[in-house]
Ligand binder design. Sequence first.
Ligand code: AMP
Length: 208
Amino acid sequence: MKIVLMGPPASGKGSQATLLEKQFNLPHISTGDMFRSIMTEDTPLGRQVNEYMERAELVPDSVSIEVVQKHLQKPEYKKGFILDGYPRTLYQATELDKIINIDSAILLDVTFEELEERILTRKICKNCGEVYSTKFYKQDNCSICGSVLETRLDDNAETIKHRFIEYLHLTKPVVKYYKSRKKLFVVKGNAPVKEVFENLKELITDND
Ligand code: AMP
């Protein structure tokens, strides 16, 4: 099962991919996490990635395709994976098709009002990556590992608009691309995490 999980910022891709990873025993590959790790490295690549991520912009295709495609060719992904956050441009999608046959692309469809609220209330555990909403969770530390919760660098009112525009211009065409290849499935993502997960599980089981 080679699955691409798509959706606008804060649509729940990361949370759902983590649950699906456990359910189907498939590795979860988050390109956002990959780049967040690379940006901390004191290397030319780290500094370049840092520049784009600080501005909440996509890392250019010339860099992202090389980094991600090299990673995807590792033997542990031969049997399948859940790819979260990639491809995000049409060029990434067409280049990916040259090396891997993706089985399905699942879009988490969430209204923009809901996304905006999620982004402005999102906190992430520095250590284990667990995601919280300050709307429901009032503590400063993670309930799983106790580490301090922090706000993502790109989760703020100034960058939201920019990230949404980037999604509409660059990533929406990827949704159309998979639709034209009859690989696209849409799941309503406004519902609570568990409900979305049940729908995803059913969809993936039916398509297996
Ligand atoms: P995410 O956690 O998926 O929202 O990604 C965080 C950041 O990582 C993005 O704003 C980009 O700077 C970078 N990134 C993640 N995936 C990609 C991608 N497919 N192409 C380019 N940049 C990416």
